[in-house]
Design a protein around this ligand. Structure first.
Ligand code: HEC
Length: 139
C-alpha cells in the first residue's frame, strides 16, 4: 500500500512538472534573433533596426529570403552567414562577428575555432534558422 501511494505520488509530481515545463514554452530562435540580429535587421526582420541608419548598405530584409530564392528558403546560405563561412562585411570579421563567438563554424581555417560548445552553437543556429523561416513573407 505504501509503495502504491509513493508511486502515485511520484507520477503526479512528474506529470505536474512536465505540464509546467510545457506551459513555460520558450521560443529560443526568437530570443536569439532579438538579442543578436534585431538591432540592425529590426524586430520584424525587415531591416529597419535602430542601428540600420549607420549603414550605407542597409541591413537586408530577412523576410524575403525565400521569395528572392525562387520560393525556397536558402537554409544552407543563411547557416553559413551565421556561422561565419559566408562573409557579410557588416557582420564584422568572421573570427570576430558583431554577435560574438556563439555561432562559431566548424572550419579549421578559423583560428581558435574549435569551440567546445559547438553542439550548443549548432542548436542555436538551427533555432535561429527556424525562426527566420517563420518570418518569411510568403504572400
Ligand atoms: C551590426 C548590424 C547587423 C547585425 C547585428 C546583423 N546583421 Fe545581418 N546584415 C547587416 C547588413 C548591413 C546586411 C547587408 C549587407 C550587404 O548587403 O552587403 C546584412 C545582411 C544579412 C543577410 C543577407 C546575406 C545574403 O547573402 O543575402 C543575412 C542572411 C543576415 N544579415 C542575417 C543576420 C542574422 C541571422 C543576424 C543575427 C545573428 C544578423 N544578420 C545580424 C547588418 C547586421
Amino acid at each position: 500500500m505504501k509503495l502504491l501511494i509513493l508511486t502515485v505520488g511520484i507520477a503526479t509530481t512528474l506529470s505536474w512538472s512536465i505540464t509546467t515545463l510545457a506551459q513555460a514554452q520558450t521560443d529560443f530562435g526568437k530570443e536569439e534573433f532579438e538579442s543578436k540580429c534585431a538591432s540592425c535587421h529590426g524586430q520584424d526582420g525587415k531591416g529597419g533596426g535602430p542601428l540600420s541608419h549607420a549603414f550605407i548598405t542597409k541591413p537586408a530584409d530577412l523576410t524575403v529570403l525565400m521569395k528572392n530564392n525562387g520560393g525556397v528558403f536558402p537554409a544552407q546560405r543563411v547557416y553559413e552567414v551565421i556561422d561565419g563561412r559566408k562573409d557579410v562585411e557588416a557582420h564584422g570579421p568572421r573570427a570576430m562577428p558583431v554577435w560574438g563567438r556563439e555561432f562559431r563554424a566548424k572550419t579549421p581555417d578559423i583560428e581558435g575555432y574549435y569551440d567546445l560548445r559547438s553542439s550548443v552553437a549548432q542548436a542555436k543556429i538551427l533555432a535561429l534558422i527556424d525562426y527566420l523561416y517563420r518570418l518569411q513573407d510568403i504572400k
